[in-house]
Design a protein around this ligand. Sequence first.
Ligand SMILES: C[S@@+](CC[C@H](N)C(=O)[O-])C[C@H]1O[C@@H](n2cnc3c(N)ncnc32)[C@H](O)[C@@H]1O
Length: 458
Amino acid sequence: MASVSKEEKWEQLGLLTPLADEPLPNNGAIAFRDPAFAANKALPVHRWVPWIAGFSRTFVQDAIKRHLDQPGVVLDPFAGVGTTLLEAIRSGHRAIGFEINPYAALACRTKLNAYQIEVAALNRGIARLVSFWQESISSGYTPRSAPPKGFHTRVAFYSPKVLRKALIIQDFMEMIEDQRLRDLFRIAFASTMVRYSNYSYEPSLGTRAGAGKEEIEDFAVLETVAGKLSEMAEDIAWLQSSLPNGQPEVEVIHDSFLHHSKYVAQDSVDLLITSPPYLNNYHYTRNTRPQIYWLGLAEGPRNFTELEEMNFGKFWQTVRERPRVDLSFGLPGSDLAERIETIRDLHPERGVYGGSGWANYAASYFNDCYRFSLGMRNVLRSGGTALVVIGNSILQGVLIPTDQYLGQIAASIGLELVEIHVPRATRVGNSIIQSDIRVAKAHKSHHLYEAVVELRKK
Ligand SMILES: C[S@@+](CC[C@H](N)C(=O)[O-])C[C@H]1O[C@@H](n2cnc3c(N)ncnc32)[C@H](O)[C@@H]1O
């Protein structure tokens, strides 16, 4: 069989097609392609780190093509693992992203700096890892690394056999001097580490036993990490060939977007594309505890408390026991405050687990939507557009059309609400609100959907 070169394979996959020549679907008649992240799983570089509730490369491409006809500044205030930023630099724009989660911020930086890596050096690194491994296994080597101190789990995270293997990989990574290369190895380990643990994503992180899965006694850890690294090497070669000429301009800011005024000039952003955390209480912080600890990005619970406080909208667990949280702004003509009160009055017999806790969470969330809207107004240039992908919610059986409320809030502070697009009418399977029968009942009468709120600065 004739062998196919990498370039031919990319060509067949349509990956070498210059962005500018890719037609919009249906001649642009459809507003946007589905924003779901699922499609990213097979795409170069985007596939490195799975991240929930992101959007796809094609969604970002469509948005950029539609709104920027010359080089500009693209901002993602909630950058996740960098889908927006990567597509922005691939189409020749300057990219700025904010991300508070240290694992996601590292993933972003590693992906966006990857074009500087010499692929041959990475391949040599992979070969060295394999020989270090073989020597360690055959010589009965005792790893020098230890599991992170602050990382405690209900059941052993790794079986003894897998733990030894994970520590051998840690030992090898410690020896890599070049920081960029080391970060690639760290991301290869971190993005696969749950796969060989006794935990799994369902989509929240829980024990495998709790999800009815068998525990993992042993696993092909080296093959998994080295396989990931080889995939990365292939993607870096592709990235290098697909970036426009010149040095990409990109900045990943590991801080809250709500502190934007420290970093981004007023009226400087042409296009903002983002997907903030939804009002579904998906706990990004808790779900990435393994990666954050094993990468040495946290020392103890205090670091996580700080992250929870900074998280857009907070979490139900963070605010449910607090004194009553109210909206901090007025929204004339809207029923938002009334809807939150409806929730507050539900199930008083359950204490903070009833309506009062969820009302506190909803009020905290919309208070951050207000601050986020002020931030968008500050950084966008006049005529600049913001596209915010956001899912609606059901709290205690009460429907919350988050997209419409965000639109109302943004309009109330002077942004123009151009349109709310709904590319995908149902969102099932990953509602993380509560696994409660009331939600199952609510599903029958309400739709979960994702919307793109399109705003413009006048
Ligand atoms: C829905 S995800 C975005 C995913 C992204 N669209 C992608 O494709 O990778 C939301 C992200 O916002 C981050 N985040 C939460 N609060 C933040 C804040 N105040 N400032 C910046 N990032 C924040 C979370 O850590 C999470 O990664």
